[in-house]
Design a protein around this ligand. Structure first.
Ligand SMILES: Nc1ncnc2c1ncn2[C@@H]1O[C@H](COP(=O)(O)OP(=O)(O)O)[C@@H](O)[C@H]1O
Ligand SMILES: [Mg+2]
Length: 438
């Protein structure tokens, strides 16, 4: 793979890909961290609120314990008196129930509508520890109440007290918490995404810079090579104009040097063009003027007609008048010249090349059709790649580099257009250059 291919591939595909991957990885990691932190915080707060509620209910049952005795001795009227548990009791949100040792309800205070049935088995299983229960919107704590017998030798079960409280209040606190955490999380995620764009940009900047300098270096070298090459070709041209002064065998060698120099000059020109327009499209500002398509195509055709005639290829052109396009004349000239050059190179004497124009509402298609060697369907996806040439093409034309169509497509894209190709081996090819019209 050539340096220019690597450079362009890196700058066009690999960098945006690395940036996207980094960005995605960063966002995923931050989302997981934020999500885990928020979920832990949420469950921790739920746990704290439940613990607080359990603590309140436990305090209430403990404070209400003496009243079980009072109910048993003086009846439920005794509850009317201002007993100490009332200070901890909310008539609307809570309920207090007193049971005897057989689990029969003796008294109930509070407006809580639904409550759980007292499950004696579960209370007994708990031994002396309080039993905490949760059912739908109600949280309850049940304790067993014991009393020493008269001789203080044994303790006897007097009954049970249960305090319940509606959890509607803390449920609404939970939903507010969820909303708050959701909003906070989303805001944090937006900020993380914005900052990650900046961070990934910063992360790839140094690598991008290195590649930019490498490209610049390649461009400079190519540029520097132009001058000695021009000197060589000037010297050989001078030598060839004075053939009488040199041996015929030397003239042949000088011709070879001349041909090779011209080939190198073309390669350098093409590489410089692609470096400036494809690898580093921002390095050159394209000056777009309104151009007459007819005039532009006429100029390219005039350039190629003699060559077509020399090679015995029947060339036909049908243009349409008054079509204006916006663009760079030299670049567009190069685009059509490269395609016509291919139809000249990959056809045989007796073949036909037809250039015609199809006009649409906002677009124009310049079609170049030939009856030449054609392109295999497996090869079609490669023809715009850097330095790609088919095996047949390599045998037919040895002094080419496979950059012509890469340049043509770069120019088409620069002008918001594209090139479409249909081809069949042995039958010929059709190149459609689609460009927007003014
Ligand atoms: N009109 C055509 N007919 C057949 N093959 C073509 C034609 N134009 C392009 N190709 C194929 O596409 C390849 C790439 O074209 P291009 O980039 O112009 O390179 P080059 O002409 O230097 O080989 C050619 O080598 C050839 O295999
Ligand atoms: Mg070519």
């Amino acid at each position: 793979m050539s340096l220019i291919t690597i450079l362009t591939q890196f700058l066009r595909q690999t960098f945006p890909y690395i940036r996207k991957r980094l960005l995605l990885a960063y966002i995923i990691i931050m989302t997981i961290i934020l999500g885990t932190a928020e979920t832990s915080l949420y469950f921790f707060l739920i746990h704290i609120l439940h613990q607080q509620l359990d603590h309140e209910l436990l305090t209430l049952v403990e404070v209400a314990t003496p009243s079980l005795n009072t109910i048993e001795t003086r009846g439920i009227e005794s509850l009317e008196r201002n007993l100490s548990w009332r200070n901890f009791f909310s008539q609307e949100q809570q309920s207090l129930e007193w049971y005897d040792a057989d689990g029969t309800l003796l008294a109930k205070e509070g407006n809580l509508a639904s409550y759980l049935p007292l499950s004696l088995d579960r209370v007994k299983e708990q031994k002396d520890a309080p039993l905490f229960q949760q059912d739908a919107n109600i949280r309850a704590v049940t304790i067993s109440v014991y009393e020493s017998d008269l001789e203080d030798t044994d303790i006897i079960l007097k009954g049970y007290i249960r305090a319940s409280e509606s959890t509607t209040n803390i449920q609404s606190t939970f939903s507010k918490l969820r909303l708050g955490l959701g909003l906070g999380g989303s805001t944090a995620l937006i900020l993380v995404s914005i900052s990650s764009i900046y961070l990934t940009q910063q992360a790839v900047k140094p690598i991008q810079k290195v590649f930019f300098h490498l490209g610049q270096f390649t461009s400079d070298i190519s540029h520097q090579l132009r001058t000695p090459l021009t000197r060589i070709s000037m010297a050989t041209e001078i030598l060839l104009t004075h053939k009488e002064a040199i041996q015929p065998s030397d003239a042949r060698k000088i011709n070879i040097i001349n041909g090779a120099t011209e080939q190198m000059k073309r390669l350098i020109e093409d590489m410089l063009f692609l470096l400036r327009n494809d690898s580093f499209p921002n390095s050159t500002k394209l000056e777009k003027k309104t151009i007459s398509l007819n005039q532009l195509l006429q100029e390219v055709i005039e350039e190629f007609e003699p060559a077509f005639a020399r090679q015995g290829i029947e060339f036909q052109a049908q243009l349409v008048n008054r079509v204006l396009i916006k663009g760079d004349t030299a670049h567009l000239h190069r685009l059509f010249a490269n395609i016509l050059d291919n139809s000249l190179s990959y056809t045989h004497p007796g073949d036909k090349v037809h250039l015609y124009v199809e006009k649409y509402r906002r677009k124009i298609a310049i079609c170049i059709q030939d009856t030449g060697i054609g392109i295999a369907s497996d090869d079609l996806p490669h023809i715009f790649q850097y330095f790609w040439r088919s095996e047949v093409a390599k045998q037919q034309q040895r002094d080419r580099f496979g950059l012509g169509l890469t340049i043509a497509q770069t120019v088409a894209k620069q002008h918001n257009g594209d090139i479409f190709v249909t081809s069949k081996v042995g039958s010929g090819s059709l190149f459609k250059v689609v460009l927007p019209i003014v």
